[in-house]
Design a protein around this ligand. Structure first.
Ligand code: DC
Length: 238
């Protein structure tokens, strides 16, 4: 089942705080695949823009800034950490000043081109689970498995609150988080360049009433069916 030749690409898209990263991370762990949080990459670019006062309405400043940005991921004590130009920014990129500015930054086509190119490169070996907004539609349109996650507003707000708390961030109220999520969903789904939408061949998973174990079981069974079919096809084709 884990034969290198039979590795597939898995795209997990959906609205903010739908549990995409929890599922994608667990799925990658079970399959022995790489996990990439593409939202963290948009957040890292946003943090750089904020800290360096980059004017997002000035395309030259944006282009110049992108030349100075390098993003990497490292696993530290079992946790995924995002590095911006060699510095661990995992906590900073979850702060509300970044959450409030990340959707406008994500509408900029040059930012998207820059990050999509990095993401495609990360996925060229297959054996990857990537979560985001345009993974099944733009980054990996040929992904063998595409999931589109959704959940109720209330469940999503509570989940984000808990996620922030688990990272030691306690200063935001329920309402602040709910407003941020709905505003981001609005901008992410209506932007001109690669808006958030379900790929035609994506499977919708509404996880409002599913536990993380139930979601993992479902996704794992879908992935294993595809990996098995691929392995049979490759044997038949020699
Ligand atoms: O997954 P997240 O909530 O951390 O993502 C933060 C923002 O980044 C999200 O509101 C929109 C943007 N994003 C995007 O435009 N495309 C992606 N593939 C991932 C994230």
């Amino acid at each position: 089942m884990k034969d290198l030749n039979n590795k597939i690409t898995i795209a997990v898209d959906g609205f903010a705080a739908c549990g995409k990263s929890t599922l994608a991370k667990a799925l990658a762990k079970e399959l022995g695949y790489i996990y990439i949080d593409s939202g963290a990459m948009y957040r890292a670019v946003t943090l750089y823009f904020l800290d360096n006062s980059v004017d997002i309405n000035n395309s030259e400043s944006v282009a110049l800034a992108l030349k100075n940005i390098s993003i990497a991921f490292k696993n530290i004590a079992g946790q995924n950490h995002t590095f911006l130009n060699g510095l661990d920014v995992e906590k900073e990129i979850r702060a509300m000043r970044v959450s409030d500015f990340v959707s406008p930054v994500s509408t900029i086509s040059s930012v998207r081109r820059f990050l999509v190119a990095c993401q495609k490169e990360m996925g060229n070996q297959k054996g990857i689970v990537m979560d985001g907004r345009d993974i099944g539609t733009v980054v990996f349109p040929d992904a063998e498995l595409k999931l589109f996650m959704t959940a109720s507003q209330e469940v999503r707000t509570k989940r984000r609150l808990l996620e922030l708390e688990s990272k030691g961030i306690f200063e935001y109220s329920y309402d602040q988080i709910q407003n941020n999520l709905s505003e981001r969903d609005r901008i992410d789904s209506t932007r001109a360049d690669s808006p958030l939408r379900k790929a035609e061949d994506a499977i919708v998973v509404d996880n409002s009433d599913l536990s993380t174990d139930q979601q993992l079981e479902l996704a794992l069974s879908l992935a294993n069916q595809i990996i098995e079919k691929k392995s049979i096809r490759e044997k038949v084709n020699g």
